[in-house]
Design a protein around this ligand. Structure first.
Ligand code: FES
Ligand code: FES
Length: 200
């Protein structure tokens, strides 16, 4: 019995439903870029190593090059085109803009999507590989620059704009009321600094 290799699927992207036929091997990244003209999400390595294709799936970050489009049906997909509120930039977008969190901008959509979810993950008490005390009963630690670097380590920047990226994430986290506990003093200083430093 022959089996179909294509299906008609409906993707919920940035609050809009898109119905399209796809080959079952189509990645979510290719569906976004090649089929739906949502080219804000970038293709870097196409093998899950650079983070350029990061989108949010049900609010959690995911590399769309490793996600099949058919498996994303029924999920709430948010791409860089959907993070602003109309003309109002998302606070993370605004912080990247204000603090030069980019150079060429190729990695920036993925960095921003990742940062949005990262800030929420920390606020929800999720530990990272550099969190000192990961016992369930431990008090949540303030967000630090080291935590941001570790939590954003899946997003590479070929331009090496890491110093400014960390500062921009710090600025956005500081402005986020959900951050409990708030950011560390060191990070608050970073967030407030407008001055550009050398490449990390
Ligand atoms: S393009 Fe998906 S991780 Fe690099
Ligand atoms: S700004 Fe150029 S790759 Fe990051």
């Amino acid at each position: 019995m022959s089996q179909s290799t294509a299906s008609v699927i409906t993707l919920n992207i940035n609050g809009e439903k898109h119905t399209l036929p796809v080959d079952h091997r189509t990645t979510l990244l290719d569906a976004l870029r090649e089929r739906l003209d949502l080219t804000g999400t970038k293709k870097g390595c196409d093998q899950g190593q650079c983070g350029a294709c990061t989108v949010l799936l049900d609010g959690r970050r995911a590399v769309s090059c490793l996600q099949l489009a058919v498996a994303a049906e029924g999920r709430e997909i948010t791409t860089i085109e959907g993070v602003a509120d109309g003309e109002q930039l998302h606070p993370v977008q605004q912080a990247f803009l204000d603090l030069d969190g980019y150079q060429c901008g190729f990695c920036t959509p993925g960095q921003i999507c990742s940062a949005i979810a990262m800030i929420e993950e920390h606020a929800a008490g999720w530990p990272s590989a550099v969190t000192a005390d990961v016992r369930p009963e431990a008090e949540a630690a303030p967000l630090t620059a080291e935590e941001i670097r570790e939590r954003m380590s899946g997003n590479l920047c070929r331009c090496g704009a890491y110093v400014s990226i960390v500062r921009a994430v710090a600025r956005a986290a500081q402005a986020d009321d959900a951050q409990q506990p708030p950011v560390s003093d060191e990070l608050a200083r970073l967030a407030g600094s407008e001055q550009k430093e050398g490449v990390a």
